[in-house]
Ligand binder design. Structure first.
Ligand code: AVI
Length: 312
């Protein structure tokens, strides 16, 4: 049984809230839909991240004099990273190591950044922690590592998992290495709900694609039209939760996962958690995970922070 089939089986047969891990939202179609989300006027997160990098790439690098190796957790489209790489390339020839388990994502990143002179790109097809472990072995004598974790992907981890993950990353780094971490900040409720439930329905399509993916890859018989997209704010956990809500009582067969599931009308499958932060929490995160805070930049249009932490 594939990991996808196993996780679907486990997540849909458990007692209480059913769930499918959010990483399965990002197949080829899901990734294309996520890129469409980043263009929505309601979803300001990606533009804020890019604006900060465009405006402050020079200042970020000034905090880290000397030679740098740049690695990135997730390769994205490379669009935001370009600003850092271009600024560094004015200082020295750059080696950039995007880390992604998807070879397709790495290939796209390489394509997107192909035009950048003085930047050599070495994709690392690994999980994040393994990839950082590998990237640091490529440092030259006296070189420091600048690790990028942009786009508030850290917000898609449960809070305790985020702390554990950042500690693991910290343990891979040496004193003087730096982490640039993007975090989306808490903002007025309406803006957060609109960002995850946009009027044209792009996020709804992104969410429902998970049902279509189970049909394609596991032979399931979900009818995506019988499921509503729902974005809710969980105030206690300070996160938007994406769910798929069953419109009626229904039975769905998923032969590839060896299960048949009965859903009550109104029952939901939880598909993603998008945690939001405040600046005090970001500061605590750095302390809990063994980093020293060096600098921070906050967008003035869409509350979002870029934090530069250094391993002491
Ligand atoms: C990838 N990640 C940071 C996005 C977020 O905002 O948490 C994923 C997303 N899901 C729905 N819209 C965007």
């Amino acid at each position: 049984m594939s990991p996808f089939a196993r996780d679907v089986r486990e997540g849909l047969t458990r007692h209480g809230q059913r769930t499918v891990p959010s990483m399965y939202l990002y197949d080829e179609l899901g990734t294309a839909l996520f890129e469409a989300i980043t263009l929505l006027p309601e979803y300001g997160l990606t533009r804020a991240d890019e604006r900060l990098l465009q405006r402050h790439a020079g200042a970020i690098l000034e905090e880290l004099p000397g030679s740098l190796l740049v690695a990135e957790l997730g390769s994205g489209t490379g669009r935001k990273t370009r600003w850092i790489l271009e600024a560094l390339a004015r200082r020295e020839p750059v080696r950039y190591y995007p880390i992604d388990i998807s070879p397709m994502a790495l290939a796209r990143c390489r394509q997107e950044l192909a035009g950048l002179g003085a930047v050599s790109i070495v994709g690392l097809e690994h999980s994040y922690v393994e990839g950082v472990g590998e990237a640091v072995t490529h440092r030259r004598d006296g070189q420091r590592v600048l690790l990028l974790f942009l786009g508030s992907t850290i917000g898609n981890f449960e809070r305790p998992a985020a702390v554990a993950f950042l500690r693991e990353i910290r343990d891979c780094l040496a004193p003087g290495d730096a982490l640039l971490l993007g975090t989306d900040l808490v903002k007025p409720l309406e803006a957060m709900l609109d960002a995850y439930d946009d009027p044209p329905g792009v996020t709804a399509a992104f969410n429902r694609n998970l049902l279509a993916r189970m049909n394609r890859e596991l032979g399931a018989d979900f009818d995506p039209r019988c499921w509503d997209h729902e974005a809710r704010w969980n105030a206690a956990e300070r996160r938007i939760e994406m769910h798929l809500r069953s419109r009626a009582r229904q039975t769905v067969k998923i032969p590839g996962a060896g299960v048949s599931c009965d859903f009550a009308a109104g029952e939901t499958i939880w598909t993603e958690a998008c945690h939001k932060f405040d600046l005090a929490e970001v500061a605590c995160l750095s302390e809990w995970t063994g980093f020293t805070r060096r600098a921070q930049w906050v967008d003035d249009e869409w509350p979002f922070a870029e934090s530069l932490w250094v391993a002491p």
